[in-house]
Ligand binder design. Sequence first.
Ligand code: F1P
Length: 346
Amino acid sequence: VADTLEARIGPHGVLPNIFGIDSDTLLQGTRGLHIIACGTSYHAGLVAKYWIEEYARLPVSVEVASEYRYRAAVVPANTLFVAISQSGETADTLAALRESRRRGYLGTLVICNSPESSLVREADLKLMTRAGPEIGVASTKAFTTQLAGLALLALELARRNGLDPQRYATLCADLQHLPRAIENALKLEPAIVELAGEFIHRQHALFLGRGVQYPVALEGALKLKEISYIHAEAYPAGELKHGPLALVDENMPVIAVAPNGPLLDKLKSNLQEVRARGGRLIVFADGAAGMDDMAGHGAMLRVESGGSFIAPAVFTVPLQLLAYHVAVLRGTDVDQPRNLAKSVTV
Ligand code: F1P
């Protein structure tokens, strides 16, 4: 993450290292974004939607690349097509990029970890993440570096679209703090190892988040599925009462991502509903969040979010660690999960 941000945040703000044909003109002309990606990269796109809409006030739609070309998409004027991919070789993402050429976008931007990849070669603009080689099939550091790159993009678009300079400066400082906040989150590892023991014989798990933390919950559930083979679902916490609550009993662990913020009270009332049904609560809460009334009804782990802007990237780390340690305890092959390929090229 530090490498992805490196040299791109200076005293005057962020300079996302976007290169390609006339990046300045394309970014200046952008009036909306359409983000496509697969798997973990898709979840990064969902986080970006919250950031770009909140700070740059541009409309963003996000779609899985595997569906994109089978839909007669309507493309509003001056929409930038954005593809996110760790490998840059995912067949659906590449096919979507090629299809986008026929659909009248302003231009194409690829956010990618592989400089020599097909996606990077074919895009107008490129923003490189610097996760280094990721050996395991499941994306982990690729995801956090994608979030770092997308945060830079969101801030750059925000700056161009008139975000209050003071607010912009605060967000830049938050982003600068991200590597340190992630280091702090990694210190939770011993507590997470202990927690992982509870999952050895579990078959199912529910993940909950609200707002920008919903995609983080999705990513936590995906990691648990991919490497531990535990059936895991993620829901925006407000959707609990529209169905998933029927699944909650003492055998269902419910993992909640709960940083401080305007939606915390809403989330707390959703968690009360879980508690009332005897569900086992595991809450990843912000140090600053008033969640003490939730303690004593399950496990509570405190994560220093480093500010609401970067919280999605920080809260991802304990969820990745949880999936990892559950997988280790269950004896699955963490680096090479069954049935999965690092890069899906067909
Ligand atoms: C997309 C992806 C990964 C996942 C797995 C299969 O890859 O879904 O997120 O971990 O490796 O492919 P990419 O387009 O980001 O390379």
